[in-house]
Design a binder for this molecule. Sequence first.
Ligand SMILES: Nc1ncnc2c1ncn2[C@@H]1O[C@H](COP(=O)(O)OP(=O)(O)OP(=O)(O)O)[C@@H](O)[C@H]1O
Ligand SMILES: [Mg+2]
Length: 512
Amino acid sequence: MAEATRDRAQEVLLELRGVDKRFGATQALDDVSLEIRGGEIHAFVGENGAGKSTLGKIIAGVYAADAGAVVVNGSVIDKWNPAIAQKQGVAMIAQELALVPDLTVAQNVFLGAEQHRFGIERRNLNERFAALDAETGFGLDPRMRVRDLRIADQQKVEILRALARNARIIVMDEPTSSLTAYEMSQLENLMRALRDRGCGVIYVSHFLDSVLGVADRITVMRDGRRIESVQASTVVKHDIVTSMLGRELEQAFPERGAAPPASIPPVLRVRDLRTETGGAAMSFDVRPGEIVGLLGLVGSGRTECLRAVFGVDKTAGGSVELGGRDWTGRSPRESIEAGLVLVSEDRHKDGLVLQRSVRENIALSSLSARTRYGIVTRGSEKHVAKDLAESLQMRPPDIELPVSWFSGGNQQKALLGKALAAQPRVVILDEPTRGVDVGAKRTIYDLVARLAAEGIAVLLISSEHEEIMELAHRAYLVSGGRTFDEIIPEHTTVEDVLHRLFNVTPREETAA
Ligand SMILES: Nc1ncnc2c1ncn2[C@@H]1O[C@H](COP(=O)(O)OP(=O)(O)OP(=O)(O)O)[C@@H](O)[C@H]1O
Ligand SMILES: [Mg+2]
């Protein structure tokens, strides 16, 4: 695009002046001033709880500022609210998705966008949907119910919804957190296309490589304050991390502890496990004190398999053995009682009761463990929750607050706390650091290492392959719902693993 057109597009679409926002004792935003320009991808980065989502919600009119002003086209808008923001062309893809599960994909996309009193004709809608879908290359089925979509696809529906409204400012709050690498690059291209069309794109993300690759400008938030806004081309990752944390980040990963001796029998033994969705089979062992990773591309069937091991999903064949007992087809409740817990990738659907406090959420899972000894008092419950919240460095450090009061990353930590409170023997972690900032990731890695050191068996899924390569004692390679190889991460490289994952031939798969 010619320089001149780019310059013209760079007008200020929206401005925040001295915005404050408080939630109870938390100063979520403190005197934040900021410009959103057309023709620019503007990233917000910062630690969990730094105020990024709150800032996005102020821009989208979801929250009203306690002080300060929203300025559009040079004039202060008095009562900035969602309806006015939408009229001014602002759309937000929230971190916690806001779709109607029982409606179809197309219905959700056009919900509230019907300008016509009598609604838009169905045929017209289908055409418009097809056009939007083609523009993004998402390939979504308009007739599917949103409740049946995986999170990544639900995120795409939200994006289509923003496009359907012809938004000029689009706030994307961690839109990539559950996308595959391919989908992520698709989304990045979409952001660039929107920018070149003159839109102001706000991109909130913990994937700093993606931020540096796609953003024009980066605003760093810390403790509710805007620390700086810089041209992306003038900084490197290390600068951003230091600015986010306000200090240097030490080692990203803890030292890998020793693997348990080979003589110790596995506590979890899975053989030829098949789920209802996949035809292939998974086989693996995990020993007490061992961290075992499942390496695969998103969609390789790891999540489905582990959900079946835990008992949320049905098994279609094969066996699970826990502590020497047949554990095939058990219920999640039985699993938790027997010390097998799953920390799921979808913290709202499978994990937390948002209106309840962190303490209550943590207590829900550990209750059965402690009723066995007949010591359920609020005091002990509080003690356990407090301990966990401390070791997870929950922020704010107040376990009596409802989960909904915590930022996305801190909710993730609460979910982990809940699982650990059950005093498990086997912990299954599915994307445990999703949405967690670089500093807090280290807290979670330390915890994983500590669990293993205490003799707990850990099974880890992560799309950030580096996490498994740095933490796990052993790992299985998974493709098409089948474990086809086993590696010692310490003795191999990420490149080698990726090479193998992308180049599995059907013959190799069946040979394993
Ligand atoms: N609805 C709410 N009620 C109470 N407190 C809130 C609410 N929303 C946010 N907060 C608090 O405001 C602060 C900023 O939260 P925010 O969600 O903006 O953080 P964030 O930068 O988006 O973090 P993350 O990276 O974890 O998503 C946090 O301390 C959070 O606990
Ligand atoms: Mg957030």
